[in-house]
Write a protein that binds this ligand. Structure first.
Ligand code: SIN
Length: 582
């Protein structure tokens, strides 16, 4: 007898809308991707409405520390940035999307500067650029030392607030996308239902009728117990897109940041990030205090040692933790000195001190924690999803630039570049106003009480290190949780339903990929296997049942025979050592 398939809500159980409004384009999310889309679309499409789950700066952009990567420094080229991105992505990138990212990136960053973002500069006035894992050049622009995201968010919010034609609704959870039949008879997105915790006319559930919706709602970090993501990152955009018929791609590639401050085994939710830029400025990992015999362990693991791509460092930390039985490793940045710490990393310094660790005199305890969803709603090069009228950009999207492991500081850039591209095509694609059709998707709701159990199972079984038995246990638990229905719709149960939905898609893709690639680490399949697993897992939902299908694609990180990576110097052009040189 075959077990009945796991059935998830095909839409969220919610009261009928108590209010309605209209906007030509609704943008869901207010980080770099959402606000860039709004600023670029205004003036082109009638009314632009930004809806955001909390206040404008509550999303992940605000928390970005390291910076934004682009080939802006002397000697750097988009080709070198492209190669570093493809290598970090472990063969699973979309080569065309990466080319778009690196070639349009420099201009997009210059535009951000023109908008009023104050990036840091060297004493000679040049843009200050640093290095992070996987980069072979200094190419990370930063602001306020380690407060890059906060400065970008500030500049974007100021620009949006100065634009009277952009309307904003805060405290608005996107509950579901509304569907209708377009003039061609094809199903399309015709708006979004919201739950607004507001006052007056727009309070509770409402319907926003629209001609297009742009999802820019960020990631899914809250699927796990410890994450660098803020509490709003509950995968809502991914879940609403899946329920509306969009495809999710590469969800198994969840990036665990190697150096998240370890606050103890019971710490939950958002944890303090210790930016990779700290290693970029010379900090290194040790398996114990050097004074007590601890040593560095990244040398010999990778040519870039402590600045290897993020997946390599996270795995090396986990391996050392397993070997030594320690709950964390340490970051030694004491030699950077008080003056440097205060100037270059003021936010991290203050946060570490607030948790009782002074990085100027003490080692910082660190362990990997969930940081970034490299996959998301599958889009083409212009942010179109497979559902007419629905676009996606930023972390919620899978444009193909990150592959199996995002290169450090490419995420802010992705939001910037692909939102510009959406704004270039969307106005020409706007459909006439289309009526909503009766929604036949099976509605439902999962009990908010299961959130903690979900997070713990996902962390233990579908976290940094995965294997078939653990993934099977996770699948069984997800079957059980899908049946834990709630009767009373509220924000907690909507979010929990989204978390379970996204976790199920992620776990199914992770179970399918029987190899180790990038941030997907299978204990039982420790090697990368291009022959069987070169390609992507695409997840779709029909009548509440999700299915993961494998789509083969050739690896994108292999050079033709004899070719050198960009920036490499051919051996025969390296001058020979003079006779007698040591
Ligand atoms: C960091 O500062 O280490 C995070 C940067 C990123 O996630 O790209």
């Amino acid at each position: 007898m075959t077990a009945a398939p796991r059935r998830l809500p095909g839409r969220l159980l919610a009261p009928a809308p108590g209010w309605t409004t209209m906007a030509d384009v609704v943008i869901v999310g207010s980080g770099i991707a959402g606000l860039t889309a709004a600023l670029r679309l205004r003036g082109q499409v009638g009314k632009v409405l930004v809806v955001t789950k909390d206040v404008l700066n509550a999303g992940s952009t605000q928390w970005a520390q390291g910076g934004i990567a682009a080939a802006l420094g002397p000697g750097d080229t988009p080709e070198e940035h492209e190669w570093d991105t493809l290598v970090a992505g472990a063969g699973a990138c979309d080569a065309d999307a990466v080319r778009v990212l690196v070639t349009e990136g420099p201009e997009a960053v210059r535009e951000l500067i023109a908008l009023g973002t104050n990036f840091d500069h060297d004493p000679d006035g040049a843009l200050s650029l640093t290095r992070e894992g996987g980069h072979h050049r200094d190419r990370i622009a930063h602001a306020g030392g380690d407060a890059t995201g906060a400065e970008i968010q500030r500049a974007l919010i100021a620009a949006v607030q100065a634009a009277p034609d952009i309307e904003v609704i805060e405290h608005a959870l996107a509950v579901d996308l509304m569907l209708g039949s377009g003039p061609d008879g094809v199903e399309r997105v015709v708006g979004v239902t919201l739950h607004v915790m507001g006052e007056g006319q727009r309070d509770g559930i409402g319907a926003v009728h629209a001609r297009a919706v742009v999802l820019a709602s960020g990631g899914l970090g809250q699927v796990f117990t410890q994450t660098t993501n803020p509490s709003v990152a509950t995968g809502d955009g991914l879940a609403v897109a899946l329920r509306a018929g969009a495809t999710l791609r590469d969800l198994e590639f969840v990036q665990f940041h190697p150096t998240v401050m370890y606050l103890g085994p019971d710490s939950r939710g958002q944890q303090p990030l210790i930016s990779e830029a700290v290693r970029g400025e010379g900090a290194f990992l040790v398996d114990g205090p050097p004074e007590e015999g601890g040593s560095r362990f990244m040398q010999g693991v990778h040519e870039l040692a402590d600045l290897a791509p993020r997946d390599v460092v996270a795995k090396a930390i986990m391996k050392r933790m397993l070997e030594t039985g320690a709950a964390h490793m340490w970051l030694d940045a004491r030699h950077l000195g008080a003056e440097f710490w205060e100037r270059r990393f003021p936010t991290i310094l203050a946060t570490a001190r607030s948790h009782g660790i002074d990085p100027v005199t003490e080692l910082i305890p660190v362990a990997p924690a969930c940081h970034y969803a490299s996959g998301g709603v599958r889009t083409d090069l212009d942010g179109r999803t497979g559902v007419p009228g629905l676009y996606a950009t930023g972390e919620v999207a899978c444009s193909g630039v990150h592959g199996a492991n995002r290169l450090a500081s490419n995420s802010l850039l992705e939001g910037l570049v692909f939102s510009r591209r959406i704004a270039a095509v969307l106005p020409g694609e706007l459909a006439p106003w289309t009526p909503l059709r009766t929604d036949r998707r099976p509605s439902g709701l999962i009990d908010a009480e299961v959130r903690r159990e979900l997070q713990e199972a996902m962390t233990a079984r579908v976290g940094v290190l995965r294997s078939a038995p653990g993934l099977t246990e996770a699948a069984l638990l997800l079957d059980k949780l899908a049946g834990c229905v709630a009767a009373t719709p509220d924000q907690e149960s909507w979010e929990t339903t989204n978390l379970v939905t996204v976790a199920a898609a992620l776990a199914d893709a992770a179970a399918g990929r029987e190899e180790t690639r990038g941030s997907h680490w299978r204990e039982d399949h420790p090697e990368r296997d291009d022959l069987r697993w070169g390609g992507h897992f695409d997840v779709t939902m029909t009548d509440g049942v999700i299915a993961a299908a494998f789509v083969p694609a050739p690896p994108t990180d292999t050079l033709p025979p004899g070719a050198l990576p960009p920036g490499a110097v051919p051996a025969d052009t390296i001058p020979a050592e003079p006779d007698g040189a040591a």
